[in-house]
Each structure stands twice: as C-alpha cells, then as structure tokens.
Design a protein around this ligand. Structure first.
Ligand SMILES: C[S@@+](CC[C@H](N)C(=O)[O-])C[C@H]1O[C@@H](n2cnc3c(N)ncnc32)[C@H](O)[C@@H]1O
Length: 200
C-alpha cells in the first residue's frame, strides 16, 4: 500500500467555505486534483493507494480527511460512486459531517477527524511506515530505494510549512522527481507511475 499526505495551509475546514469557484475556496482545486491523481486510472479506481488530506485553512483547522475508497460491493450501500466531477462535493460533505472528538467514517473508506500534519506524520512513523518528503532537492526517485508501505508527503502551492519541516525531515527521506517544480497532483501521478513500474 502506498500512501500520500497532501498538506494545504488554505483549504477550508468547513463545508460552507467551499463555493462554486474552487480556486477561490482556499485552493481546494489542488486537493481535488490530488485526489484524482491518487486514485483514478482509466476506467478503474486504484485499490493500492490511500490519501490523507490535511487542511489547515479557516475556520477551524486542522482537519484530516483520510481516503481509501471501497471498490467492492453494492454502490450506495457498501461503497460510493466515485467520479472526478463529484470529488468536491464528497470533500464538502466530509467537512460538514465532522464530529468533535471522533474519527468519523462519512462514506465507506472516507474518514474525517481533527489532526494536524505533524501529528499524522508522527503517528505513521510510530506505525513503522517509511516516510518520504517530496522535495525537488531530494534524492532522485529513479535511484532511490523505496521501502515497503511508503508514505509520500507533499505540500500545497506554497510548499510544506516551515515550522513543521525540521521535524518532518528527521523522520523522513527527501525524494525528488526532478529539478522542475511540478503541481502537487502531477507529483502524485509521477510517483504512482514509478511505483507501478517497480510493482511496489
Ligand atoms: C506546486 S509544488 C510547491 C511549490 C512551492 N512554490 C514550493 O517551493 O515548495 C507542490 C508540492 O509538490 C511537490 N513537488 C513539486 N515538484 C517536485 C519535485 N520536482 N520533486 C519532488 N516533489 C515535488 C512538493 O512536495 C511541493 O510541496
């Protein structure tokens, strides 16, 4: 299982903050593209990936939205119908359904709770996951060893938060997909492709 952690300092933490203009809604468009890059193959949803979205925007940060879509069973009962055009409404509903003090499963395989980036990273590290920070100055992914159950952490349009970066670097290994700076979602697509080719 590969996991991605996408951090957004501006993505809203209430459903009511997501308006029709997704770019103006705390750049939630980037999170949506990241969801699509994580899970969508042509005519297929990946079963080998999990995505963690950490939203640190207004009004009540942080929120941790965890996604591991269920693909088996009856649609509407065991799983939800997942289409690219529905991702923003799924995120909106997850934010609305948040319950204080709970990790709430809003749809099969879609959970929401209050948790920040560092708390999540420390938890994954404690659970013996192999953490990698996606960073243009890191080790070239084509040469790097990628261990089992890798977790890739990536930032928003402004990168990863400076305050947490020092500790993140202590518990993870920096990996680069090249010298150019790519969109977060493109970075996920490239990492997915690299792992597919290695059959990890
Ligand atoms: C649009 S980029 C962020 C750009 C931001 N101005 C910065 O300097 O970090 C979004 C995220 O994608 C990842 N990323 C982009 N290009 C990358 C590369 N060449 N190698 C590894 N990760 C990359 C990083 O995690 C980055 O935080």
């Amino acid at each position: 299982m590969r996991e991605f952690v996408y951090y957004s300092r501006t993505a809203p933490t209430s459903g009511s903050y997501i308006k029709e203009d997704l770019q103006e809604s705390g750049r939630i468009d980037i999170a949506i593209h990241t969801v699509i890059a994580t899970f969508f193959l042509s005519h297929k949803i990946r079963t080998d990936a999990k995505l963690h979205l950490i939203f640190a925007g207004p009004p009540t940060p942080p929120r941790h939205l965890e996604m591991k879509p269920v693909t088996e069973g009856k649609t509407g009962i065991d799983k939800i119908y997942l289409a690219k055009k529905d991702v923003s409404s799924i995120i909106k509903k997850m934010l609305y359904k948040y319950k204080e003090g709970e990790k709430k499963e809003v749809f099969p395989g879609f959970w929401i709770e209050k948790k920040g980036l560092l708390e999540l990273a420390e938890e994954l590290y404690k659970n013996k996951k192999n953490l990698y920070i996606l960073d243009p100055d890191g080790e070239d992914i084509r040469k790097a060893e990628i261990k089992e159950n890798p977790v890739f952490i990536l930032g928003d349009h402004k990168g990863l938060p400076q305050k947490e970066f020092k500790r993140l670097k202590e518990i993870s290994h920096p990996i680069s997909i090249g010298k150019k700076v790519y969109f977060a979602s493109h970075t996920v697509a490239i990492v997915n492709n690299e792992l597919d080719r290695r059959e990890i």
